[in-house]
Write a protein that binds this ligand. Structure first.
Ligand code: HEM
Length: 163
C-alpha cells in the first residue's frame, strides 16, 4: 500500500471504511422523519488528498438513496480543511471549509451550485460536524438551510469502523 502523504497525518483517523452501527436519523421541518444506513469510505493514493464516497440506503427497504463523493485537502501548515463534494440528490456540488480541532471537523459550505433543472427548494447552506468519539465511533451531524427554512439539522448518524 502507498505511504500516507504527511500533509494528511492530522486526518489519518478518518481513513478506511465505516458502517452505520444503527440507523441514522433524518429530519427537517418540511419532511417526514426517516431512518437510513450509510457506508463511508475514505482512501488515499499518496497524494495530499483524501478521496471519499458516502453511500446511504433506506433503513427498511435497503434501497440506495443518497450518494456523495469528493476530495478532502488541508491547507499546508494550518488546521484548515476543505471538502469538495458532488451529491446525486439535489444535483448539487459544494465546497465546504472549516477547522480541524483534535479529532473533530467543523465544516460550513463556502459555495454551492446545482443543475439548471434541479428541484426546489434549493439548499442554501450546509454545515457538518465529523467527530471521532472516545469509544472509537465516528459521528456525523448535517444541518442545512433551504429557500424556505433557516439552518436546521437534517441528519445524525454514528458509524463503526469496518476496515
Ligand atoms: C429531503 C438535502 C443528505 C434523505 C431533502 C431535501 C433537501 C435535502 C433539500 C428536501 C427538503 C424540503 O423539501 O424542504 C440534503 C443534503 C444532504 C442530504 C444537502 C447532504 C448534505 C441526505 C442523506 C439521506 C437523505 C444522506 C439519507 C438517506 C432524504 C430524504 C428526504 C430528504 C428521505 C425526504 C424525501 C425527499 O424529499 O426525497 N434532503 N440531503 N438526505 N433527504 Fe436529504
Amino acid at each position: 500500500s502507498v505511504e500516507l502523504n504527511p500533509a494528511l497525518l492530522p486526518l489519518d483517523w478518518l481513513l478506511g471504511t465505516w458502517e452505520s452501527d444503527e440507523p441514522g436519523e433524518g429530519c427537517f421541518p418540511t419532511i417526514k422523519p426517516f431512518r437510513y444506513t450509510e457506508t463511508l469510505n475514505f482512501s488515499h493514493v499518496g497524494q495530499p488528498v483524501i478521496n471519499f464516497m458516502f453511500n446511504a440506503f433506506h433503513a427498511e427497504t435497503k434501497k440506495p438513496l443518497h450518494r456523495e463523493c469528493g476530495f478532502i485537502r488541508m491547507q499546508p501548515g494550518t488546521n484548515r480543511v476543505a471538502f469538495i463534494i458532488a451529491q446525486n440528490s439535489g444535483s448539487l456540488v459544494e465546497i465546504e471549509e472549516g477547522e480541524l480541532t483534535a479529532q473533530q471537523l467543523n465544516l460550513h459550505s463556502q459555495s454551492l451550485a446545482r443543475t439548471s433543472f434541479a428541484r426546489e427548494p434549493y439548499v442554501q447552506q450546509i454545515s457538518r460536524v465529523f467527530q471521532l468519539r472516545p469509544d472509537g465511533r465516528l459521528e456525523q451531524t448535517v444541518s442545512m438551510a433551504t429557500d424556505n427554512q433557516a439552518l436546521m439539522q437534517h441528519l445524525h448518524i454514528t458509524y463503526r469502523r469496518s476496515s
